[in-house]
Write a protein that binds this ligand. Structure first.
Ligand code: SF4
Length: 94
């Protein structure tokens, strides 16, 4: 049995397109120290190589009903963990 309670398992997909983070997400990332003033991401325990890969990833978010890039999903209050190419998502209303 899964130890984490979650509502959705969302498959992580990849895109070749350049993905941009919405302004409000950037503000949030900066406020929590995960992005510097220049807009460079600083995620603990994430190597530059992993970060590069993460930037190409997105999920079809079942809550927001739109494609959300993985970095945004990663910092979402519903994010629980990433397991074998899937996001375990609490599924609460945002
Ligand atoms: S963690 Fe947040 S962004 Fe990711 S799938 Fe769930 S609700 Fe959507």
């Amino acid at each position: 049995m899964d130890e984490l309670e979650h509502k959705y398992e969302v498959i992580i997909k990849e895109t070749e397109d350049k993905q941009k983070l919405p302004e409000d997400v950037k503000v949030e990332l900066k406020a929590s120290g995960m992005m510097d003033e220049k807009g460079k991401l600083k995620l603990k325990g994430v190597s530059p190589k992993m970060l590069k890969k993460m930037k190409q990833e997105f999920v079809e978010c079942p809550v927001l009903k739109e494609n959300i890039q993985f970095i945004q999903c990663f910092v979402c209050p519903n994010f629980q963990s990433r397991v074998m190419g899937k996001v375990l998502c609490k599924g609460d209303k945002l």
